[in-house]
Unconditional design. Structure first.
Length: 211
């Protein structure tokens, strides 16, 4: 959950999102600020931008120096954000409203892709079959926010099927990484922990391209 007030601007939301993944002591550069303004002018939902930033952070996390954060600038996320915007615009084209039909179609497509990738991974890790069964019983996401919760649920379930000692090990590592980057008062430590926990689970099941 964001620590910003409900009336926070688009730029404030993007800055907080970036703070979760950035390297220590790094703030928005002039180029980063231009990107934020361009995204805001395009009238793209914050959730779409946040997904692109998170995707870039996940991609960079495999090679990131421990404690330094996967992103040093928003520019590093430009490609992933552009890809998310293109997907959103394509699915929203022709929809009556971008906040209903377009979002629902995008969320449904992501949920199907999520299931397909877990099914693929379950061939090497049979314990993930239980995750598939649990997701099948969960409500189909109808919005971008619900889709994010659906994906978080998948990772939480994947973590739960691991042996207790392995879960403890991954949790300790996630908290250590989060504490290395917990410098900004506006950034949620809990969100950082969740991110690094997700990275650890993806790595454990070789899910670098999870969805």
């Amino acid at each position: 959950m964001s620590l910003l007030p409900s009336e926070a601007s688009f730029a404030e939301l993007v800055q907080e999102c970036f703070a979760i993944y950035r390297a220590r002591g790094v703030s928005l550069s002039a180029l980063d600020t231009e990107l934020v303004f361009a995204w805001a002018k395009a009238d793209i939902p914050f959730e779409v931008i946040a997904r692109g930033i998170r995707a870039a952070a996940l991609k960079n996390s495999w090679d990131a120096v421990p404690g330094e954060g996967p992103l040093r600038s928003l520019s590093q996320a430009r490609r992933q954000v552009r890809a998310e915007i293109q997907k959103y615009m394509k699915l929203s084209l022709g929809a009556r409203t971008q906040t209903s039909a377009g979002h629902e179609k995008l969320a449904s497509k992501r949920a199907r892709r999520l299931g397909a990738n877990i099914r693929r991974a379950s061939k090497a890790s049979p314990c993930l079959v239980g995750v598939l069964e649990a997701l099948a019983r969960a409500p189909v996401p109808r919005s971008l926010e619900a889709c994010a919760r659906h994906e978080d649920l998948a990772l939480a379930l994947a973590l739960r099927v691991l042996p207790l000692q392995k879960r403890i090990e991954l949790e300790k590592h996630a908290r250590w990484e989060a504490d290395q980057l917990h410098r900004s008062p506006s950034a949620s430590r809990l969100q950082k922990i969740r991110f690094y926990r997700a990275v650890a689970v993806r790595s454990q099941f070789d899910l670098a391209t999870f969805w």
